[in-house]
Design a protein around this ligand. Sequence first.
Ligand code: UD1
Ligand code: CA
Length: 460
Amino acid sequence: MSCHVLILAAGQGTRMRSSRPKALHRLAGLTLIEHVLRAAEAMNPTTTGVVVGHQATQVQAGLVDRSSLRFAVQSEQFGTGHALLQAAPMFQGQRGTLVVLSGDVPLVRAATLERLVATHERAKAAVTVVTAHVARPYGYGRIVRTEGRLTGIVEERDASNAQRQLKEINSGIYAFDLEPLFDALHEIPRGGAVNEIYLPGLVTIYRGRGWLVETIEVSDPDEVRGINSQTELAEVRRIVRQSKNEELMAAGVTIEDPATTYVDVDVTVGPDTVIHPGVFLEGRTRVGARCELHAGVRIVDSTLEDGVLVNNHCVIRRTRVAEGAQVGPFAHLREGTVVGAEAKIGNFVETKKTSLGRGSKASHLTYLGDTSVGDGANVGAGTITCNYDGVNKHATAIGHNAFIGSGTQLVAPVSVGDGAYIGAGSCITEDVPAGALGVARARQVNKTEWVGRRRDEPDS
Ligand code: UD1
Ligand code: CA
């Protein structure tokens, strides 16, 4: 049977108190809605749609990478049932099962959705609702059962005191038989404390018609946590963090303090890598085996090969660090940096669009921008590439085994040939040929006994 997916994400998310649409809040490197889409993907749905409304343009812009996605617009948000109704044209003439998901329930697993569809189709149910038993059901719709069968879902704000005690909740995830769905939706009355068209109201209608209403329960209620506030977002973030850290530890990574280790879902880390407290690994970062990442390191969209050492408090972004290289402490490697094997970037060094060859060193207090450094070169303390003339950026080339004396300024565009030396304190404005010594500094003058003479002069 063909399977379709629709994600409801038109609501305002008032309780977030944020100008960012709720669906685009970030959770471990992905937006909330991206988490939901990934789970849905596993079912290979024929159609994947999203209902947008509040800040629709922003939400759609946040999903541009997903070209096959369909959108329905709910320009005024009159509730979840009303939201689903807006997608009627999308499923015109379609048969099969429609899985409805919430843009704010991001941890649902693909396996659960597969089980939902399988149970629903096997039972030939009109609707199957995913439920969970939770310790603190506050805020969720409660599952009301009569003789064990689901007969209705009652929202927190509409529930009686007795119903509020119920611990089984509606996850907001459903499978529907498409055929009668959109006609039936018209029959949900506006109602409840907020006068909305509640999608769960369909359960009551279906039961009234004697149609089969099924449920499946997830054993881990964390999987269906909804996010309505910043606090709930933080709680879900903690859950994701913990499971990602557990996944890494199961694969042989040493994490000294999982409570303060923040690894985005798409990050990979090789075995025997040691991660000290307060480390952030973000985006599409890949860390090899046997690396050591000291406290306070943040790595974004970067690749570290095996055996890389990153000392405390480094920021590394869109950078590649080859095998056995060392970085930091307090280094800032910016976009387009490539650190060669066994190379060393020391403290207070900043790089941008710069490559360092095998075994090269920039150990202290240096800025390298738009620079290529060959193998075995030594960039002395306090070297600065002057790559910007106020309008354009210019390149610096430093050859293999070159030696740049401390305190050198390299005014780009400029090159230093293989094996060349630069005298400390030079301001290099012209190319230095291979094997040459370039010195560009004022000669020193010593005025002998100058201090004594100065003291003897009468005050003026
Ligand atoms: C909803 C369910 C509740 C369930 C809970 C699970 C209803 C009436 N209640 O409550 O039973 O326990 O989810 O998390 O369905 N949305 C729209 N258009 C609207 C309103 C909402 O697209 O007009 C979207 C929201 O963007 C959100 C989802 O639907 O992604 C759920 O809406 P929300 O307001 O968060 O419902 P809850 O109060 O959490
Ligand atoms: Ca919600």
